[in-house]
Design a protein around this ligand. Structure first.
Ligand code: 26Q
Length: 830
């Protein structure tokens, strides 16, 4: 424990040591290049300049960070602790510059050094510490929490290798390891002195303490150490800088020495390597259970470090453990951190000697749980045998939580055996498993879904028995995205126009964009709107050409489906309709439809065969159609490799049409749908996830709706679904499928895409065939309206104007008011 330092007068008080002039920034960059990087300008590489520039900006952030920490410490603020196994923050530098309001000065400073700010921004390697929606949501929420001046710590894992980099070879996805730390990370402050030990494996034993109380001791097989690596998170135009604290696993010293003493040098090294493996790599699955011991160890590791850290801070404030629920609102981002519930119990009972009832009361008042999935195969469960092996004490605690919980259930539903089975934390099958969602429900005071429909389906289906038990725990917080990143940074041209019309306030009050409505029919304004979209499309066309070699027409309709590859997201539905459009064009070259560029991007989990086959399908169809002179200039298909935050920011502003075509009842919310609509893309979509609310906001007449509803899907499935019926009766659909089967897109190879076609014909779990006709017709309506530019532009303006609800600021305000009970705490700069 460090001793509190006697007060020292602030050496910077009253000194104007931080200037925002271009000259001062230039000086700072040169000084960092010199002293921090030991380089002189003549030999500095692009990366050196990036690092020096980042450090110059970072100094300004650090000043605010220290002011924030000091203020939180003195005021003992109630703090939101966001627990997430994933964060996808995207490049930091441009956002820091924007949020500090330094854009012009920074670019001028670089210019006077002969550098272009965008080239410098491009050097930043984005932290890919997440798979997709859930990790990106965590990053948007961290940014909004800082902007709203809410004391927050985001806790997670500092993966050394994030989500793999994707390239395409011969139409197939190829994965490369993500070496994001290779050239250094200027945004991270490692704090080896802030560390916690985490026990793994071994066994437990019971004993009676001096007062005769029954106690349990855990004798672990090994112990690893978590080291805090802190990244500052700055809010927009405020002094608040919150903390993203990611844990890096290291070996503990004592173990090395123990092995050394016995001369087992290799054993000692192996221990070290094994310990460090825990935070080595992100699991690239975003649904299926990777039933791996290491994944479980990752979860236990980061949750334990985080809770120990919260207790450390509480103690530092001089507060007793009973104050934990007042000091912290701990939010579980899905069930990945749900082990926090037994871990907090363990810390309180075994290590701090609280009795079970007091500990359980603290625990139940501390946690909120956000569910992000309805897919049964994505609901996390862990085999009891695995828990017994890695976390024997947690397993005992989970049994005890379950025993007490089921006793409660018995009193509530006397004699109802079925009810006990439905609610139990353990599922009984061939092997017994722990249901993490049940654990999260029992241990939390709040449970929420991420869109109205999703929350409703949780209550009606997935978590129904829990709703019947505790209706007051349930709620909804519809997801949102950061307008700073996804409008201001991604679409500077449109942002300028928005600021001209409504002033800068749209950046923090997105609903103010409503006043664009009155300009929706204004011819001059429409023209400017179209020009901006056209400029963004030209830029993207150039990038597409550089990265894929495909030449696309900036005047064509840019139709984009960018998201992880999944059967439920139905990229193959899109492809089938593209094939039908292609056949129509072949048959009738005079067909009056606008030229289209259909753009796909997204990663497939490396072990998800069908998703990888969907990538191959897209590329095969693209290669064939793109080289057919009959449809040249009319239809182009592009697979944009390596979809990530950076690439997303290039794509959203150039999109005309946003494909949100998941089977109703499958997508919890979606957030790409929001990013695209904000940037003026029109949505073609089903009534799924947040699409429902987007349509409500923008107006049904400004949204292309098709497909079965969630209720209809259930009805179709329970009455016995037969995909073959659609194949038999829909000639166009049959033709498209037959064309794939014939090897037309695969140089005559009839086998390669066979499993995908067979899956559609004989199983079709996500009702692609049932929704096909409605989708294809809807696409033809899209074509008609695109040919009326005034009409389309009006719809596009109204989409942007009415997306205010989907700012992550609105979501965070709801969490703060309804769940966390925390309020803003403005920071003064000393
Ligand atoms: C679990 C266990 C073992 C291995 C991996 C996982 C795992 C990892 C990541 C399971 C799920 C995920 C990610 C899920 C995800 O991104 N869900 C998305 O969350 C978004 C934010 O709420 C929603 O908008 C999307 O609808 C939802 O699919």
């Amino acid at each position: 424990m460090t001793q509190p330092h006697p007060p020292i007068p602030n050496p910077f008080a009253g000194v104007e040591f931080e200037s925002h002039s271009p000259q001062a920034i230039q000086q700072d960059i040169l000084s960092h290049l010199n002293f921090a990087l030991a380089r002189f300008p003549a030999v500095a590489t692009s990366n050196d300049w990036y690092l020096a520039a980042a450090q110059a900006i970072r100094d300004r952030v650090v000043r605010r960070f220290l002011a924030t920490s000091d203020s939180y410490r003195q005021l003992k603020s109630r703090t939101v602790c966001f627990l997430s196994a994933e964060y996808l923050p995207g490049p930091h530098l441009p956002l820091m510059v924007l949020n500090l309001d330094l854009h012009d000065a920074f670019c001028e400073a670089l210019q006077s050094l002969g550098l272009n700010c965008h080239q410098v921004y491009d050097m930043e390697e984005e932290p890919g510490l997440g798979n997709g929606g859930l990790g990106r949501l965590a990053a948007c929420y961290m940014e909004s929490l800082a902007t709203l001046q809410i004391p927050t710590i985001g806790y997670g894992i500092r993966y050394e290798f994030g989500i793999f980099d994707q390239s395409i070879r011969d139409g197939w996805q190829v994965e490369q390891t993500d070496k994001w730390l290779r050239l250094g990370n200027p945004w991270e402050f490692p704090h080896p002195e802030i560390c916690h030990e985490v026990k793994l494996g071994g066994r437990t034993e019971s004993y009676h303490d001096q007062q005769g109380h029954y106690r349990v001791r855990w004798i672990p097989e090994r112990v690893v150490k978590g080291i805090a690596c802190d990244t500052p998170i700055l809010g927009y135009h405020v002094n608040t800088v919150n903390l993203l604290r990611l844990w890096k696993a290291e070996a503990i010293e004592s173990f090395d020495f123990a092995a050394f003493d016995t001369g087992d040098y290799y054993g000692a090294v192996q221990q070290k390597v094994q310990s460090e493996t825990i935070s080595k790599v992100l699991y690239p699955n975003d649904d299926r259970l990777a039933g791996k011991l290491l994944r479980l160890a990752q979860q236990a590791f980061f949750v334990s470090c985080s809770l120990q850290d919260m207790i450390r801070i509480l103690r530092q404030c001089g507060d007793p453990l009973e104050k934990f629920p007042e000091k912290y609102a701990v939010q579980l981002n899905d069930t990945h951190p749900a082990l926090a519930i037994p871990e907090l119990m363990r810390l309180l009972v075994d290590e701090h000697f609280l009795d079970w009832e007091s500990a359980w009361s603290i625990t139940q008042r501390s946690f909120g749980y956000t569910n992000h999935t309805l897919l049964p195969e994505a609901l996390e469960t862990w085999p009891v045998a695995l828990l017994a092996q890695l976390l024997p004490r947690h397993l005992e605690i989970i049994y005890e939580i379950n025993r007490r919980f089921l006793d409660e259930v018995r009193l509530r539903y006397p004699g109802d055996q079925q009810r006990l089975q439905q609610l139990s934390l353990f599922s009984e099958g061939t092997e017994s498993r722990v249901r993490m969602a049940h654990l999260a429900c029992v241990g939390s005071f709040s449970i929420n879904g991420v869109a109205e429909l999703h929350s409703q389906l949780l209550v009606d289906r997935t978590l129904q028995p829990f709703y019947q038990l505790w209706p007051q725990k349930f709620g909804n917080v519809t997801n949102g995205v950061s307008p700073r990143r996804f409008l201001a940074l991604a679409n500077p041209e449109l942002s300028k126009l928005l600021t001209e019309v409504v002033g800068e306030k749209w950046m923090t009050e997105l609903s103010s964009l409503r006043c664009l409505e009155r300009l929706a029919d204004d011819a001059a304004f429409q023209q400017r709107w179209q020009n901006i979209k056209r400029t963004n499309k030209r830029q993207l066309a150039q990038i597409i050409r550089n990265r894929t070699g495909v030449i696309v027409d900036p005047d064509s309709l840019f139709d984009v489906q960018v998201k992880r590859l999944h059967e439920y997201k139905r990229q193959h539905l899109n492809v089938l309709s593209v094939i039908c459009a292609y056949m129509r064009l072949k048959r009738n070259p005079n067909l009056s439809i606008p030229p289209r560029t259909v753009l796909f991007a997204g990663k497939a989990a490396p072990g998800y065969y069908m998703a990888k086959l969907m990538i191959k399908l897209i590329n095969s169809v693209a290669d064939t159609i793109n080289r057919d002179p009959d449809v040249a200039d009319r239809l182009r298909i592009v697979f944009f490799p390596d979809y990530n935050v950076k690439n997303g920011q290039l794509i959203y502003p150039a999109a005309d049409l946003s494909e949100q075509i998941s089977l109703a009842g499958m997508e919890a919310s979606g957030t790409g749908n929001m990013k695209l609509a904000m940037n003026g893309a029109l949505t073609i979509g089903t009534l799924d996830g947040a699409n429902v609310e987007i349509r409500d906001e923008v107006g049904a007449e400004n949204f292309f709706l098709f497909g079965l509803t969630a209720a209809e899907v259930q009805a179709v499935k329970s009455s016995g679904y037969s995909p073959d019926r659609y194949y038999q009766t829909d000639a166009q659909l049959r033709e498209a499928i037959d064309l794939i089967s014939s090897g037309f897109f695969t140089h005559g190879d009839r086998q390669c895409l066979r499993p995908l076609v067979d899956n559609l014909l004989y199983h079709d779990p996500f009702l692609v065939m049932a929704d096909f006709a409605a989708y294809d017709q809807c696409q033809q309506r899209v074509d008609q309206i695109y040919q009326q530019p005034d009409h389309w532009t009006r719809m596009s303006i109204l989409n942007t104007a009415r997306m205010g609800k989907f700012s992550s600021d609105r979501s965070i305000k709801e969490y703060c008011q309804n769940i966390w009970k925390v309020s803003p705490q403005p920071i003064q700069l000393g």
